[in-house]
Write a new protein. Sequence first.
Length: 715
Amino acid sequence: MIRQYELVERVKNYDPSMDEDALNRAYVYAMKMHGSQKRASGDPYFSHPLEVAGILTDMRLDTSTIITALLHDTIEDTDATPEDIKRLFGEDILRLVDGVTKLTRIELQSDRTKQAENFRKLVLAMSEDIRVLLVKLADRVHNMRTLHFIESEDKRRRIAAETMDIYAPLAERIGIQAMRDELEDLAFAELNPDARTSIMTRLDYLYDEGSDTVDRVMDELRETAATVEIVPEISGRRKSPYSVWLKMQRKDVGFEQLSDIMAFRLVVANTGECYQLLGALHGKYPVIPGRFKDYISTPKPNGYQSLHTGIIGPMKKRIEIQIRTREMHEVAELGVAAHWVYKEDPAYSREGKKYRWIRELLEILEHASGPEEFLEHTKLEMYQDQVFCFTPKGDLISLPRGATPVDFAYAVHSEVGDRCVGARINDRLMPLTTPLKNGDQVAVSTSKNSTPSPTWEQFVVTGKAKARIRRFVRLQRRQQFADLGRAIMQKAFRQEAQKYSEKTLEGVLGKFHVETVEDLLAGVGEGVLSDREVLHVAVPETLPAPDKQNVVPITRARTKARKGSPDAVPLKGLIPGMAVHYARCCHPLPGERIVGIVTTGKGVTIHTIDCDTLENFHSTPERWLDVSWDLDSETDMHVGRLDIVLANEPGSLGSLSTVIGRSRGNIINLKLVNRSTDFFELYIDVEVADVRHLTEIIAALRATPVINSVDRARG
Ligand code: MN
């Protein structure tokens, strides 16, 4: 185990202005919190965060990152709370530790390797601070180094697969080659030990046998460099077993056919020398076509810079060559970490330094160019517009930012969307309008008889959800118009003492330029076709024009329209907002006497029989329709509007809502219309079952002392 003073020394070496006190406190705190917990290896648990911190000091990371590494498992695995961390180490450290904790939690959710790309994006999107990701990666490196202590083979393989699919590519993406190589190699050893051993043996053999070869190649490269007066630092590098394995698979060749398993890295003083040296090598040796890549003029999006080429070099050996400067080399090995340290400008204040990190990364991303880089870059930018959420089974669903549980439901399956009635987000019941966040677990509840609501269209963001809802609403509306039209036609037939028959209607479809009886009925329901006209064409002996018979004079309607009126069109089965609308002026309620006004293209608007608005329709009697509630099947709630004057004193609004609530009325809207020193005047929209329910509420309110007056609001 690294000792406390050792850790402090390590950080001090590269950051003399470090906060020594904070680091010491974090060390002691983490050790105390993990207490007697043990690792699978039998080591004290604290050795783990300590090693993770150690890995990060190798990358010369700032004190906050090292402290975060020490504390990274405290919230998840000990009694420490976020409040404790904040109190002891401040807001910034809490934000970092919390970030790592969140990544650990989503990690526990599922078999994520099935959707590796999405999961990688989720991790990136959730690591708002690059340091969070670095701690998570270092955590994974240490867990992989100690993987063999885990007894269950299943568990080992699962962790290794996850490392291969998620974490190694993430390390690559932020430019930390050394970490990627180690993660890949450790995972490879677990997932495919035989292949790895066999490749290792052959590599050893080859290097042993050709140890002389490697030296001779290096000598000759040095000589060539000398011709242009460059003294490079040369390392002969064996390729990692995993990269050899990949190559064997990609090219579908055996080990013997892989001729370029020797790679040499030439580190020079500056960029000019890189190109000079490249020129010298290309001038002297045959170049293998397709192997030259200039990542200096066009860096990879992760900041990687180097010249790559393949030549048939000394002793006619096919070799790979990488040429780079010292700085480029460090960036390649340590990624953004090195980049930051390298470009460290003492003029920056401590505060400024902290945030330079992120700016540097963004800069790297911004300056990427070339088609390949462009794609990579675009993908990264896209995370800003996406959220990634889990199903209860742990599948990841990727959605545009702002997506709601309804979008999620449609993304899972169209049927789930159509039948969705509610959602639990992270085990809490939430409104369907809630915008989802990265890592949310969403459980959609469905009901067999439920259908999409037209109001959903106002808040969904995915095309799929929008299209399904629209299509459904369109079909449903047509169905509703047809149902209403059928009821209207039945009434018209009855009034003329004719027997209603759709067979009869079938015979006249051509005259109305429609194809089906449904179309014809929908036309009547929508108000595009007149019921009298249809009836007249179908049964010629009836009168054609809108005659007095069909006119529902207001006096007659007043007396006739009531429940059970034989001629009235029942509202049964009609969905408000589709083919029928309840007038906002009078808010009709079940049990009240009502009349319908047909509006072309819209269906029927229901008014109470005494609504003043009806005056406007006296000149168009053909638009009046006698309608009735179907009280037996009425289950929907309706909105009644109350005009209330109450005392302007503490608690009066509370009493008001208590009384309404006790009477099972649900307040859905509230508007202050007047306010004086002594009184408030409010409009309150209450959901009630019918007019009797509202009357009860009014009576209860009138009996309440703070309430001055209550009336139904009209107009
Ligand atoms: Mn850990």
